[in-house]
Ligand binder design. Structure first.
Ligand SMILES: NC(=O)c1ccc[n+]([C@@H]2O[C@H](COP(=O)([O-])OP(=O)(O)OC[C@H]3O[C@@H](n4cnc5c(N)ncnc54)[C@H](O)[C@@H]3O)[C@@H](O)[C@H]2O)c1
Length: 273
């Protein structure tokens, strides 16, 4: 596979939120490509179930770490465990995140009804939950002098999406952090350390299912608006993030850093008219 610029086999990756819908799918693809994966999840049962599932692929080592992306002490302990087992890592995918129900403003309420605590919860998990693992696991990548960090942004950082203020603010923060960390790594450590983000369009996950799909399986009014703004006229399939992830982790993207790559069926580029 020496001439395959997309080959990522033999690398070591940490996927936060690795037991979630998108993180789990990305972790699976990485293992299928021969990448050793740490599934970092918040809950023991889900995390270990995902580890067992990925081990069945039989192509790479898979480790489960139960941790919290907002708990820096636990993250440091996880980093030491991983470093002693594998020596280092090459890839960090920051997939832990998502919306918080209380921070979604219902149609019959306004921004002035939103609880500040809910705003803080959603900005913490998405923004700090990306920054802390990048600082802690990123140090292993900095020591190695080579690697790739991928953050997960959102369509909410391209243009305003109603109801989700905290989520929007946090995902804008992720884009800014991605650019900032990209320059820091390239200037102070190595041009071979790249930091990018992927901005998924609309994929049906656990957190947005109720907003997009009615209990009878039909589309909600909100999801009809999403589809109308998506030139491909459909939601994404979670496996459609895999290509962008692999590309950004591989030599094929050796001159790409600080980018936010939309994987959105055209949503971010279309005015809807
Ligand atoms: N599903 C979509 O359409 C979509 C679109 C754009 C962006 N995203 C983003 O993709 C990412 C993954 O979303 P998903 O749809 O897979 O959601 P998900 O809920 O299935 O996965 C998120 C995972 O993060 C974990 N997590 C949450 N808080 C944590 C914490 N403090 N510490 C450790 N783990 C924690 C959860 O346990 C869960 O396993 C999120 O950042 C989300 O904002 C999703």
């Amino acid at each position: 596979m020496e001439n395959n610029i997309f080959d990522i086999s033999g690398k070591n990756a940490v996927v936060t939120g690795g037991a979630g819908v998108l993180g789990g799918s990305i972790a699976k693809h990485l293992v299928e490509q021969g990448v050793n994966v740490v599934v970092l999840g918040r809950h023991q049962e889900n995390t270990m179930a995902k580890v067992e599932e990925l081990k069945q692929i039989g192509k790479a080592d898979v480790i489960g770490v139960v941790s919290d992306v907002l708990d820096t002490e636990k993250l440091k302990t996880a980093r030491e465990e991983i470093a002693s087992k594998w020596g280092g890592i090459d890839i960090l995918i920051n997939c832990a995140g998502g919306n918080v129900p209380g921070a979604t403003i219902p149609d019959d309420k306004t921004v002035f009804d939103m609880k500040i605590e809910d705003f803080e919860k959603v900005t913490q998990i998405n923004m700090n939950g990306t920054v802390y693992p990048s600082l802690i696991f990123g140090e292993l990548i900095a020591k190695k002098g080579e690697g790739s960090i991928i953050n997960i942004s959102s369509m909410a950082s391209y243009s305003a999406i109603t109801r989700v203020l905290g989520y929007t603010v946090a995902k804008h923060g992720i884009d800014g952090f991605t650019q900032w960390m990209a320059q820091e790594m390239a200037i102070k450590f190595s041009e071979k350390i790249r930091v990018n983000a992927i901005a998924p369009g609309f994929f049906i996950g656990n957190q947005n299912r109720a907003l997009l799909i009615n209990p009878d399986g039909s589309l909600t009014e909100r999801s009809k608006k999403v589809i109308a703004r998506t030139p491909m006229r459909r939601f994404g399939d979670i496996t459609e993030l895999n290509g962008a992830v692999q590309f950004l982790c591989s030599k094929a993207a050796s001159f790409i850093t600080g980018a936010v790559v939309p994987v959105d069926g055209g949503f971010s580029s279309f005015s809807g008219v």
